[in-house]
Write a new protein. Sequence first.
Length: 144
Amino acid sequence: MKHLLTTFSLLVVLFFPTNQQAQSVLGKWRTVDEDTGVTKAIINIYEEGGKVHGKIFRLFKESERDRLCTKCEGEKKNQPFEGLVIIENLEKETDEYTNGTITNPENGKTYDCKIWLDETNPDLLYVRGYFSFLYRTQVWKRAK
């Protein structure tokens, strides 16, 4: 009987894998206007070179899709908002990703950044941009 239970447990693990996507920061996330609740953009969070990055995948306001990052500096200057890498070089540290940066394409400013999943709902991602002791945290929702 014990052998049967062990075999059954192994089969359950093999044939019903856990949904790792639901527990990962990787994937597509909806940014939501805090005042109206309307989705503004989809951000694709991905891993490259051992670090986590995020780029604007889609802007929902069609008139904004061809907008250029005129206030950005360096290689981001005059790049289209769609496709722009706005989160760079995050490193996994326990349950958070830290030591990266986030760029606000509206004003071209870059801030230190960290992100983490909500402890009780892995479909919510906290994104914090900060400078010194000042910070702002947004909650992004997993795109489905």
